[in-house]
Ligand binder design. Structure first.
Ligand code: NDP
Length: 277
């Protein structure tokens, strides 16, 4: 039976650090939502509740779907220039008609707590201090918490998005893993996954990877979050894998809670980048 890499205790520890810091230094999170996508609305509300729990000031800016892009741009510039704003988060997906890349790019990199600007992507690429996507950070924190050192290991990442797969690959590479990235055009996916000492699933396809796709010694980090038939499942068939691999994150209760904690901890990092303390 695999070791369960649960996220709750770790998330609690990260949140305690963030709350302690927020008690000494004001932290303010500004969240922008364009349009009325229900999932984005739910995520924004969840951030608001978490901000209140951690003692973080929360400002929200809601726009109708057809607002001119220049109004959003002007808000981002204002938030960049207000000293008391620590972090800026833009809910995605943006409605059709907006260019997400150019809007996200306007966020001051030291306030970019979602790690979406090209400046922070460059920092990640070059292994310099910066603000990086919370899910990828969460994966590293889980490995560290459970004393799993990626050095010299074969890490296989399934998924190459800018917010999960690619940053996870770079963070693992910086920790001296030998990294392979898979995607929808990868041939013989299962053969590649089977090589992984550490496998990150970041696909967005419910239970795509089955237990016997992994080798027995594998550590499986499932970033997937899929709601199917009222059940929340990962990108890995948990029941099949838990009996087969050496360690695995459950879904829910694994990567997700640590991701939220890492996102809020990025406010601490952001303030430190802005003020040096
Ligand atoms: P994207 O849809 O942006 O990327 C999915 C990736 O999976 C793509 O690179 C795609 O390949 C690849 N892929 C799709 N189908 C296959 C397949 N059959 N075989 C191999 N690769 C495939 O998703 P995200 O990175 O945003 O999210 C991934 C998962 O992580 C989702 O379940 C999402 O809900 C979850 N997530 C969880 C978070 C958390 O806090 N736990 C936060 C963010 C996301 P290609 O590039 O070729 O299209």
């Amino acid at each position: 039976m695999a070791t369960l890499l649960e996220g709750k205790t770790l998330a609690g520890q990260i949140n305690a650090v963030t709350a302690e810091y927020a008690a000494k230094h004001d932290l303010t999170l500004a969240v922008i939502q364009v349009g009325d996508d229900p999932a984005s609305g739910a995520y924004r509300e969840a951030k608001k509740r978490q901000a209140h729990r951690l003692g973080i000031i929360f400002e929200e800016y809601l726009f109708d779907t057809f607002v001119p892009a220049r109004e959003i741009e002007s808000l981002i510039r204002q938030l960049n220039s207000r000293e008391e704003i620590t972090g800026i988060f833009i809910e995605q997906p943006l409605p059709r008609g907006y260019d997400p890349v150019s809007l996200l790019e306007l966020v001051d990199p030291v306030k970019d707590i979602d790690g979406v600007t090209s400046a922070n992507a460059a920092n990640l690429y070059l292994n310099r201090p910066g603000l990086f996507p919370a899910t990828a950070e969460a994966l590293m924190r889980i490995l560290e918490f459970y004393h799993i050192d990626p050095k010299g290991k074969e890490a296989v990442i399934v998924g190459r998005s800018n917010i999960v797969g690619k940053p996870a690959a770079l963070l693992l590479l910086h920790r001296h893993a030998t990294v392979t990235i898979c995607h929808s055009r990868t041939q013989a996916l299962k053969e590649v996954v089977r090589r992984g000492d550490i496998v990150v699933a970041a696909v967005g396809k419910a239970e795509l990877l089955k237990g016997d796709d992994f080798k027995n010694e594998a550590v499986v980090l499932d970033a997937g979050y899929n709601v199917t038939e009222g059940r929340t499942v990962g990108d890995v068939d948990f029941k099949g894998a838990v009996a087969h691999v050496s360690a695995i994150t459950p879904v829910p209760g694994g990567v997700g809670s640590v991701t939220t904690a890492s996102l809020f901890h990025n406010l601490v990092k952001a303030r430190q980048l802005q003020y040096g303390t």
